[in-house]
Design a protein around this ligand. Sequence first.
Ligand code: ADP
Ligand code: MG
Length: 343
Amino acid sequence: MSDEKRTEIGELGEFGLIEKLAEKFSPVHNETVKGIGDDTAVYDLGDQYLLTTTDMLLEGVHFDLSYVPLPHLGYKAVAVNISDIAAMNGLPKQITVSMGLSNRFSVEAVEALYEGIKAACDEYKVDLVGGDTTSSSSGLVLSITAQGVVERDKVVYRNGAMEGDILCVTGDVGGAFVGLQILEREKAEFLANPEMQPKLDKYDYVVGRQLRPRARMDIIHELKDLAIQPTAMIDISDGLASEAFHICKQSGLGVAIYEDKLPIEKQAFETAAEFSIDPNSCALNGGEDYELLFTIGQDDFDKIKNHADIHTIGYMQAKSKGRTFVTRSQNVVELQAQGWKHF
Ligand code: ADP
Ligand code: MG
């Protein structure tokens, strides 16, 4: 090994690494409709497609138990997987839960974690059907796999956007990132002065966005009722800009996003200002909002234009026009995506 070239993972980045590894694998089953590269894998069951997705959460990397209550962690770990099923326009059906536990955890602690898992199973109507339990020498490891189904002609990939399609985002963005800043600040203050009582009331909305994000299955049902079939869709885990880039790259297009259209909730906006961070940057690069980002044909615009929770924020344009951000003063600048860097 010592004479061989060593490349740091950070040089490739998370997506670059996955792409490099994926190159060597191509599906051998005709039923494997979609492998690596979308929100879920897609498997042909005949009249329906089976969707599969998995996410791993590590203590100290993805969550900090000094401020994340165990029931919230359990709920969120399920919700982020359901969100990926939603991003394919699917209906979630089952989950498995695998965990590595260190001896720091009691039965009561694991029960508290499962309280949240149960709440998510009830809310999203999914069955917990199995998992794996092992010991861990380095804190809590939680890995959840979810599967769901979608009608063959209703599946939505990241690659179906067309030039001129309207880009939509649900709910509001940036709040989860701002909430994390609050939790980190309170933790630092608590460590400096353990007598202190956390002051979270003023920040209830953004803290809730961080601790207990909801998967937007409600939107999936509404789109169906409105007879809207998105042309491309992804959920916002890394950040709006980074997710928009995935749609651009896979659909072979550029995008234009308008600053004045970004849905930023009042508390998120004001709290970002308190931290002297640009609210736009929180909205575009914050991540963990678990809202849906999708494109629709212009013919469908009338169906959603008055929808309170679906916001049109831009449109897909030719690749040659690039990925642009149009500021309030109509300046056109290059859209930047920082996303979450794990490496
Ligand atoms: P998401 O944010 O929607 O969960 P990711 O960015 O985590 O998606 O993953 C992108 C794609 O890469 C998915 O298809 C995922 O299944 C795949 N992937 C991620 N890590 C690995 C891995 N270690 N081996 C194979 N495929 C992977
Ligand atoms: Mg996803």
